[in-house]
Design a protein around this ligand. Structure first.
Ligand code: ADP
Ligand code: MG
Length: 331
């Protein structure tokens, strides 16, 4: 069934248009605590190099603004001081935080940047997790409605004690969109930019689509689905990205804002939509709400498709992607 979808999607002999003068250039870097990969078509090596430099610089700029690892970032300033009173931040960060609240609304609270109020108690590298009493003590601070934003002053305030925010589930998609906008402004027409699980594709590969694979949750080398893409974004979230296993339970980096525990209603979720900010903002939903409810949520948003892998390996598709069943029993 999966193969059928992949095969169907690329059916029809592609019209391969002749590539103009130029070549593909690619580079990888470690920024935002993740792997950044850029590939683009440029006319000359100098243009290719300079353009990729500009993308990496933009990624670093967004990271400086929004990282919670960097104590000097504006995001860290919010976490340090917004409990005591309004903290003024750059318009760009303010707007992204305001947009994150839209995603909280759209996802019935599954996406919630205040998850960090309990999320920071986990350390996946050191295999540390909070006990029930610690979760209980911090859970009341997880509440996107208690994030007070003043657009006139561009300030952020926490209305509850112990609140923290984290943009780890949103900033990479945003940085990818910013990078694509930068490429378009420079006249680039064919590119792929990824930051961790968030990817956006610009144009095609001269008559052929870009092919993005979704991996098996337990086997990084096994691709369960190949999706052909042009001019679109795709984010995959998985419980295999940052995790540790203890007593038969997987503790991983996507947190259910209602319980403070890792959200485990799916193993992986892939969202396809126009922008990476959208796909990043929606890729956590199915972990928290489960596949059926998540499909209902995305059905309310035009132009969004999804593929989820359930705990038992069952694959769920949004109607736009579902492989058609053979008509009237014919092969
Ligand atoms: P990636 O970093 O590979 O793009 P995801 O898009 O799956 O990964 O985002 C996972 C990150 O989202 C976590 O590391 C954490 O920073 C953040 N996060 C975890 N739970 C939530 C949640 N319920 N709402 C919003 N963000 C979350
Ligand atoms: Mg992401």
């Amino acid at each position: 069934m999966l193969l059928t979808l992949a095969a169907l999607a690329v059916t029809g002999a592609p019209v391969v248009t002749a590539a103009p003068e130029g070549a593909w250039y690619q580079r990888e870097a470690a920024i935002m605590g993740t792997r950044i990969a850029v590939e683009l078509w440029a006319k000359t090596p100098a243009e290719g190099d300079a353009t990729i430099d500009a993308v990496m610089k933009e990624m670093q700029r967004v990271d400086m603004l929004m990282s919670h690892y960097k104590p000097e970032s504006q995001l860290s300033r919010i976490n340090a001081h917004a409990g005591a009173g309004p903290v003024k931040v750059d318009r760009e960060l303010f707007d992204l935080i305001a947009l994150s609240l839209e995603y909280s609304r759209l996802t019935d609270g599954a996406f919630d940047i205040t998850y960090a109020s309990v999320g920071y108690l986990y350390d996946y590298r050191k295999h540390l997790r909070p006990d029930e009493a610690q979760i209980e003590a911090h859970l009341a601070a997880v509440d996107w409605r208690s994030l007070e934003l003043d657009p006139a002053q561009s300030t952020v305030r926490f209305a509850r004690p112990g609140m923290r925010i984290d943009l780890g589930g949103f900033a990479k998609g945003y940085a990818v969109d910013r990078s694509i906008a930068l490429l378009v402004a420079r006249g680039i027409e064919h590119a792929s930019v990824s930051a961790g699980g968030d990817t956006r594709i610009l144009g095609d590969r001269f008559g052929r689509p870009w092919i993005v694979g979704i991996r098996h949750p337990d086997d990084p080398d096994r691709v369960i689905l190949r999706i052909p893409l042009e001019d679109t974004a795709l984010s995959t979230s998985g419980d295999y990205e940052r995790y540790f296993d203890a007593d038969g339970v997987r503790y991983h980096h996507i947190i259910d804002p209602r319980t403070g525990h890792s959200a485990s209603k799916v193993r992986s979720a892939t969202i396809i939509a126009a922008t990476a900010t959208q796909t990043d903002g929606l890729s956590k939903t199915a972990f928290v709400l489960g596949p059926e409810q998540a499909l209902e949520v995305i059905a309310r948003i035009p132009g969004v498709d999804a593929v989820f892998v359930g705990p038992d390996g069952k694959v769920y598709y949004s109607p736009g992607l579902e492989p058609p069943t053979p008509a009237d029993g014919r092969p």
